[in-house]
Design a binder for this molecule. Structure first.
Ligand code: SF4
Length: 436
């Protein structure tokens, strides 16, 4: 017998095609937004399935893997939620009371990571009882679904319940290893621009290592720079197609890793992006458009060919290239042990502005660090570039600031961001490093 408990009665108003199994309300074919948007309420993208019980709404991707958890009782903090990444990390989306998150990050939610070294939140949500309880609730949900899928669940939802049962916590844990085996390395950091697609990118590594191996950097792989072969890239794309499986139709964006894909050159960037576009069938994606993200360095940017930008500008992708500059002050570069000169940093900043001006389907962005160990000249060097190098405001060429201090210095970090933002002719936002 199925019944609708009193607290589930209202589900009927919010869920389409509702099925009920014990105290679970289930709807299979939910359609979220087809375009990425910046909104101050929980938004879901693409197609997904949903299970609701007395405390939580659980959302599943088309492969039957849990992707979101959101509480719906008064104990849950408002419009906040938990999102699980393709590499099985949970990320907590905090509104921080909607006070300053948007002006700091360009988004209405602050992503909080369980592993973060450059958090600006004084509280780690993963240490709160509310978030722990929500994550622990999955155990019971999987047990219940496993029991229901064989007998008492409505016939229409049994295949979905079986799919979810196959993706229990153990299976999900192994997904991270599986993904990194395919790419041949863990993805230690995503470009800040991937926020525009809620970090839903398919990673393909086209080159390992980086040119500088800077002393301050906590995400470097310590390898020498080496471009992957076309065979290796094609193999990754084939395996990624299987890895994302049924849910692939919900994706329209790729990240070409690792830390300096720009240095791999025009041919290999074009080969990887075109092959991925075709093999992932982005043309048929539920999500509109297509996006390409990668990192570049000062040297790779300054030596990059015009042909690359012309070809990217004509491709089906909107391309975001993020360049690590860190500082335009020589003393700070020396402290950071970044082996480049301040003059080259300034040249790179000018080149970024030039690309943004000339190619409408490309945005090149810049990263700088902020931290208490750097001298006053560091901040003024960024203000000088972002505020005085152009006489008009530009919506492209975002300047990202990545804190080297952690949560204990939250107030100072925020003050520093606003000081730079107030002078800048370019958008200025915080960069919190998310891995995949
Ligand atoms: S900041 Fe960039 S170039 Fe420097 S070590 Fe890290 S990844 Fe490599």
């Amino acid at each position: 017998m199925y019944y609708i408990s009193s607290s589930l009665e209202r589900i009927e108003h919010v869920m389409r095609d509702l099925y009920v199994a014990e105290d679970l309300g289930v709807s299979l074919d939910n359609e979220g937004s087809r375009e990425y948007a910046k909104v101050s309420y929980p938004i879901r993208y693409g197609n997904y399935a949903r299970i609701m019980d007395t405390d939580y709404i659980y959302q599943f991707n088309l492969s039957g893997e849990i992707k979101f958890i959101q509480g719906h009782t008064s104990a849950w903090p408002g419009n906040e939620w938990l999102k699980r990444t393709a590499a099985n990390d949970w990320v907590y989306y905090s509104t921080e009371g909607y006070s300053s998150v948007h002006s700091l990050t360009g988004e209405y939610y602050l992503p909080c990571f369980s592993y973060s070294k450059n958090s600006i939140s004084a509280i780690n949500p993963f240490e709160t009882a509310t978030v722990k309880k929500a994550l622990n609730s999955l155990e019971n949900l999987f047990v219940k679904i496993g029991r229901l899928c064989e007998d008492s669940a409505p016939r229409e939802i049994r295949p979905f319940f079986r799919l979810v049962s196959r993706n229990d916590k153990e299976k999900l844990r192994s997904r991270s290893d599986e993904l990194h085996e395919i790419t041949g390395a863990p993805l230690t950091v995503l470009p800040p621009d991937t926020r525009h697609v809620d970090y839903d990118v398919i990673p393909i590594i086209i080159a390992d290592g980086c040119l500088y191996n800077c002393g301050f950097c906590i995400v470097k792989t310590k390898q020498d720079f080496l471009v992957r072969s076309r065979d290796n890239i094609t193999r990754q794309i084939e395996h990624l197609k299987n890895f994302y499986g049924q849910d692939l139709v919900n994706y329209n964006s790729i990240f070409l890793g690792q830390h300096d894909a720009l240095q791999a050159g025009a041919d290999i960037i074009e080969f990887a992006s075109v092959t991925a576009y075709e093999m992932f069938q982005f043309k048929n994606s539920i999500m509109k458009g297509a996006n390409l993200f990668f990192f570049g360095s000062i040297d790779s940017l300054l030596s990059s060919s015009e042909i690359l930008y012309e070809s990217l500008n004509k491709s089906p992708f909107f391309t975001y290239i993020n360049i690590g500059l860190e500082s335009a002050d020589q003393e700070s570069l020396d402290i950071l042990k970044k082996p480049v000169t301040a003059d080259l940093v300034k040249d790179a900043f000018r080149r970024i502005a030039d690309i943004n001006r000339r190619f409408e389907r490309i945005e090149a962005t810049a990263n700088f660090v902020i931290g208490s160990m750097l001298p006053e000249n560091h901040r003024s060097s960024i203000i000088d570039l972002a505020g005085n190098s152009s006489n008009r405001y530009s919506p492209k060429g975002t300047v990202y600031l990545s804190p080297l201090d952690n949560g204990e210095a939250v107030r100072e970090i925020r003050k520093n961001i606003y000081r730079i933002k107030n002078h800048s002719r370019f958008p200025v936002y915080l960069y919190l490093m998310q891995r995949l």
